[in-house]
Design a protein. Structure first.
Length: 382
C-alpha cells in the first residue's frame, strides 16, 4: 500500500448540549480527521480526539504532528497491507514519536492508523471485522451523564431510562456529587447499573470518604477517582472501598497497563481507541487485561464522530471480557455527524455490527469541509 495524498480537517462541530466533567466543559467536537488516498485512488478516514487533560495533546498539536512528523515519513513509502500482513505490521511502521509535554501523541497516531487501516481494508473490499473478529453480534451502549446540576442530571437519567438503557455512567468530582448520584439513582430505579467517573478529581482521603458515602446507592464501578500517577493509592483504595475501580486517565500506554496490572490497582481498564493510539494498541492493552483477568470497558471520546465510533463498534465486538461500551452518540450529541448513515445506538442502547468495507462507515466529505476550522492539504514528498 502506498499513500499519495491526504487532507487534515480540524473539526468544530457544535454539540446540541454542553457536556461537563471535573476536568473540562465541552461544547463542540474538536476532533482531527485525516483523509488518505492510495496510489489506486482508494480513500480512508481516521480520527483523533485530542484531550489536553488525558494525553496532553491539543487539536493544534495533532494537526502539526501529523503534518510535520508523521506524514513526511509515511507518504509514498511501501506500507504493509493490513489485510495480508495484519495490524501489528502496520503499527510497526508508524513512527514512534514524542512531543514535549505530551504523555504520548496517541490522538495523532490514532488518526493516522485508522486512516491507513480504513484505506487498506477498502482497497481489498474487507471489513475491519476480518482483522478483529466479533465475539458478539450486537453492542449495548451505556449512557453518560454530564456533571450537571442534580435536577438536570435526573432529567437526563429519566430520558435514558425511557429509551431502555441498562447501564449509565455519571460524572462526579465537581461538587454536588452525592446529590447528583442520589437524583440519578432515584430517576433510573434500582435495576439500572450505575457507574461513576471522577476524572482524577480527588486525593486518597477524599476518594475513600466518597466511596463510603455512595455505597448506599449501589455503585457498579468508580472510574479514575485519583490522578493519573496515583497507582499505589489506587490499590489502597481498591482494597479499602470494595467498589470496583476503573482506570482511564491512568491508562494511556501499554506501559501504563503493565504498571496498573503489576500494582493490582484496578478491576477494569477503560480502553479508548484515540487515547490508546489506535486499534492495534487498544487491542494489545485489552489482551493484557484479558490475560490478567481484568475486564475492559470500551470507552469513547465525548463528541467523537462516526469515524471513531465505527472503530469503537468493531473493537467492542471483538473485546474479550467486555464489561460495557460507551460512545456511538453521533447526532444525539453532535449538531450533525459526518457519516451518510447514523452510527448512534437505538432502543436499549443497542447497535448492530458494521459490515461494510473498512471501518464500515461512509464519510460525507462536504460536511468535513463545512465544519472544519482548518484544512491542510498534504501531497507527495518533494
Ligand atoms: Mg473517564
Amino acid at each position: 500500500m502506498r499513500i499519495t495524498a491526504g487532507t487534515v480537517y480540524a473539526l468544530d462541530i457544535p454539540f446540541v448540549e454542553a457536556f461537563r466533567h471535573s476536568a473540562h466543559a465541552r461544547r463542540a467536537c474538536d476532533s482531527v480527521i485525516l483523509r488518505v488516498v492510495d496510489e489506486n485512488g482508494f480513500v480512508g478516514f481516521g480520527e483523533g480526539a485530542p484531550r489536553p487533560y488525558v494525553t496532553g495533546e491539543t487539536p493544534q498539536s495533532v494537526v502539526e504532528h501529523l503534518v510535520t512528523e508523521l506524514w513526511p515519513r509515511l507518504v509514498a513509502a511501501d506500507l504493509p497491507d493490513p489485510v495480508a500482513e495484519g495490524l501489528a505490521a502496520l503499527d510497526e511502521v508508524i513512527p514512534e514519536t514524542a512531543l514535549r509535554g505530551v504523555i504520548a501523541p496517541n490522538a495523532a497516531r490514532c488518526a493516522l492508523e485508522l486512516a491507513l487501516v480504513d484505506c487498506g481494508l477498502r482497497s481489498r473490499g474487507t471489513s475491519l471485522g476480518a482483522l478483529v473478529p466479533p465475539r458478539r453480534q450486537s453492542i449495548s451502549y451505556s449512557g453518560v451523564i454530564s456533571a450537571a446540576e442534580p435536577e438536570l442530571a435526573a432529567r437526563r437519567a429519566r430520558q435514558m431510562k425511557l429509551i431502555g438503557l441498562e447501564d449509565v455512567k455519571v460524572k462526579v468530582g465537581i461538587g454536588q456529587d452525592l446529590e447528583r448520584v442520589r437524583a440519578v439513582r432515584e430517576a433510573v430505579g434500582p435495576e439500572v447499573s450505575l457507574r461513576l467517573d471522577a476524572n482524577g478529581a480527588w486525593n486518597l482521603d477524599e476518594a475513600l470518604a466518597f466511596a463510603d458515602a455512595v455505597v448506599v446507592f449501589g455503585i457498579a464501578a468508580l472510574e479514575q477517582p485519583l490522578p493519573r500517577h496515583a497507582v499505589g493509592d489506587l490499590s489502597v483504595l481498591r482494597k479499602a472501598s470494595g467498589i470496583p475501580l476503573v482506570a482511564d486517565e491512568s491508562l494511556v500506554t501499554l506501559e501504563d497497563a503493565e504498571r496498573l496490572l503489576d500494582a493490582d490497582a484496578v478491576d477494569v481498564f477503560n480502553v479508548r481507541i484515540s487515547k490508546c493510539g489506535g486499534v492495534h494498541r487498544s487491542t494489545r492493552i485489552a489482551c493484557l487485561a484479558d490475560e490478567a483477568g481484568v475486564a475492559v470497558q470500551l470507552g469513547s471520546q465525548v463528541g467523537e464522530t462516526a469515524v471513531l465510533s465505527s472503530a469503537g463498534r468493531h473493537v467492542a465486538a471483538w473485546t474479550p471480557r467486555l464489561s460495557c461500551a460507551e460512545g456511538s452518540y453521533g447526532a444525539l450529541l453532535l449538531a450533525e455527524d459526518v457519516s451518510v448513515d447514523p452510527v448512534h445506538f437505538g432502543h436499549r442502547g443497542r447497535a448492530p455490527l458494521l459490515m461494510g468495507p473498512g471501518l464500515g462507515t461512509e464519510v460525507v466529505e462536504e460536511r468535513l469541509r463545512r465544519y472544519a476550522g482548518q484544512v491542510v492539504e498534504l501531497g507527495a514528498r518533494r
